[in-house]
Design a protein. Structure first.
Length: 266
């Protein structure tokens, strides 16, 4: 991938950064032809990451199910850089005013215990990571973005990164006896004690470890790496609802525990 941004890409990154700072949403139609392809979109994302000038605490992987790929006319996942202060340990409280038009996703969150390699097998990734239950709050700098935002604009906008709330972290190889076991995790999502959705980990590329493996390979192809301490929100089990005020809770089986999030209106 060419790493030099064009003038148009640099201007677009600045506009995304301004929207990020001011929370004044951009209009999708104004940017339909701004990024020519996925490589250009990742260059914009990289420039946006530089403008934000914060430590990258990890990544989020999006479009990891057949359903979401069809929605965004994609044939593969995509990723977005997430800053350290956007990963929040549960239980926690978030203000709606911190975000623009957020959703709620149920995820497994992995953390690298050492630098990960694209040559790592799924089983090696199981040994080299911790795992935690998670709620991701995707958000976008574009108005009325879900589910109509073009894929390359999703990429440019840091894969519509918002916040990631994670529960107790445990060694993945202690939590799961095999790679296949990771795919069988089930979760129930509730809001103010009302059951909303059930999901299963196999929705994430068949196994969330495959999502992690894809990310490590994609980063390597771009001259980047996933290093010790960085986290990965690996993909949603369910089609996400919009985030609203109240108490959100995701309960995972296989002794993974729960993630609790309170959202206020201010």
């Amino acid at each position: 991938m060419t790493t030099t941004t064009t003038e148009t890409e640099t201007q677009f990154a600045q506009q995304l950064f301004d929207a990020y700072q001011t929370q004044h949403a951009l209009t999708m139609a104004d940017f339909t032809d701004t990024v020519a392809d996925e490589d250009a979109a990742y260059r914009v994302q990289a420039q946006l990451t530089t403008l934000k000038n914060q430590p990258v605490g990890g990544y989020k992987v999006s479009l990891t199910s057949e359903e979401t790929q069809k929605m965004f006319d994609a044939h593969a996942p995509l990723y977005g850089a997430q800053f350290s202060n956007h990963f929040l340990a549960a239980p926690t409280t978030v203000r709606l005013g911190q975000l623009m038009t957020p959703l709620v996703e149920v995820e497994l969150v992995f953390k690298a215990k050492e630098k990960l390699s694209p040559d790592d097998s799924l089983d090696e990734l199981r040994h080299k990571t911790t795992v935690a239950p998670g709620l991701e709050l995707p958000d976008s700098r574009f108005a009325d973005w879900f589910p109509d935002l073009p894929k390359n604009l999703v990429v440019a906008d840091a894969a519509v990164g918002g916040l990631v709330v994670y529960g107790e972290e445990r060694d993945t190889d202690q939590q799961f006896a095999s790679v296949d076991a990771v795919a069988t995790v089930k979760c129930s999502l509730t809001h103010d004690n009302e059951h909303l959705k059930d999901g299963v980990a196999s929705e994430v590329l068949g196994n969330p470890l495959k999502s992690l493996h894809w990310l490590v390979g994609k980063l390597a192809a771009q001259g980047k790496s996933l290093t010790a301490g960085q986290r990965v929100s690996s993909g949603t089990f369910v089609l996400p609802p919009f985030l609203t005020a109240g108490h959100w809770q995701a309960d995972f089986d296989q002794n993974l525990g729960s993630v609790q999030l309170d959202v206020t209106n201010d």
